[in-house]
Design a protein. Structure first.
Length: 361
């Protein structure tokens, strides 16, 4: 029998989200039903609401979640009712050409639940990033549910499911920050601060936070920034060079995803340095750079997909670091809210008043 639950639905482009009753089926083969305990309000959810991802409305929003498995479908192994899990929006299939080449973090056929969740009238919902966790219960592929230590508070643990993993992985995996490196991070929201934390844990000797908001820069020091640059009134390229012996940073992470920040990052790095883009751009944005500079400066220009993570490997590690006090997941949680407060959380996000609002059920 389908489960009737309350959930946050984006019914049409640009309209305020609505709290509606939806139907969630019992899990079929390879699926699990998860009772959601907490779900972060990520900027990607706002992109879905505004139609910046695609036009497959209505959307069931929410994807940065932790909860407890309520039931499992036929053929599911390694998971059981009562398991505490963080949900991953990328679940490597093990069979695509990328997985077969030993690069499952680039999986081109990530798993999702087969059965649709629907509105009460039977209209299928498109779950955000294949999860849809602004709901009391959600249905996902078993591979999307990663068991972690149940001692982790759900409002903190769920953040690993997207923003924290994206930023942390951009530094540690994509950027390969190592001991003694200098790192600059442009944009000190949730993803940027996670990149700062990752760089610090990886052993960077200097981590420079760049933003236009002094409040965010002050917060960045909590996650390991050793220096801050307000780029509203200062040339960030020259400032970062000044803090790195005139050379530029070994690794620059653009957590904003705009042409102007990407250009800054390109010239902010040292010769043969690495630029990592993890901020998500709008579809119509363009970047133009002199080809001679691409050639002569060398190094690497990379984009980071979900922090190039392997959820089954990385989620438990980050939870362990949180529980041991090495990763301040709680510091990302600005406020906890109810399901019917998601629209107001979007307003706070736009205004830069929160690092993360987290729905707690």
């Amino acid at each position: 029998m389908p489960h009737e639950v309350h959930a946050v639905v984006a019914a049409k482009q640009g309209a305020p989200v609505e709290l509606q009753t939806i139907l969630v089926p019992d899990p079929g083969p390879g699926e699990v039903l998860v009772a959601v305990q907490a779900c972060g309000v990520c900027h990607t959810d706002l992109h879905y609401r505004d139609g910046a991802i695609n036009d497959e409305f209505p959307f069931l929003l929410g994807h940065e979640a932790a909860g407890v498995i309520e039931s499992v479908g036929p053929g599911v192994t390694g998971l059981a009712p009562g398991d505490y899990v963080v949900l991953a929006w990328r679940a490597p299939c093990g069979n695509c050409r990328s997985c077969r080449r030993g690069r499952p973090w680039y999986c081109f056929d990530s798993g999702n639940a087969t059965q649709p969740m629907t509105l009460s009238d039977g209209t299928p919902l498109a779950p955000a990033l294949g999860i849809g966790a602004f709901a009391e219960k959600t249905l996902v592929a078993a591979e999307q549910a990663v068991k972690v230590d149940p001692n982790a508070r759900p409002e903190a643990a769920g953040l690993i499911g997207c923003g924290v993993m994206a930023g942390y992985g951009a530094a540690v995996h994509t950027g390969a920050v190592g001991s003694g490196d200098t790192v600059a991070v442009i944009g000190c929201g949730g993803v940027g601060n996670a990149a700062i934390a990752g760089a610090s844990i990886a052993g960077a000797r200097r981590v420079i936070a760049v933003d236009i908001d002094d409040r965010k820069l002050d917060g960045a020091t909590r996650f390991g920034a050793t220096h801050t640059v307000n780029s509203r009134g200062t040339d960030p390229i020259e400032a970062v060079r000044g803090l790195t012996g005139g050379h530029g940073a070994d690794v620059v992470i653009d957590a904003v995803g705009r042409p102007e920040t990407y250009r800054q990052g390109f010239y902010m790095r040292d010769l043969a340095g690495t630029l990592v883009q993890v901020g998500v751009p709008e579809p119509d944005m363009r970047i133009e750079l002199p080809l001679i500079d691409l050639f002569s400066r060398g190094g690497a220009l990379k984009s980071s997909w979900y922090g190039d993570c392997l959820p089954s490997r990385d989620f438990p590690v980050l939870i362990d670091r949180y529980l041991s006090g090495r990763l301040d997941l709680g510091g990302f949680v600005t406020e906890t809210i109810a399901l019917d407060e998601v629209e107001s959380a979007f307003d706070k996000m736009r205004d830069g008043r929160v690092l993360r609002s987290v729905v707690v059920l």
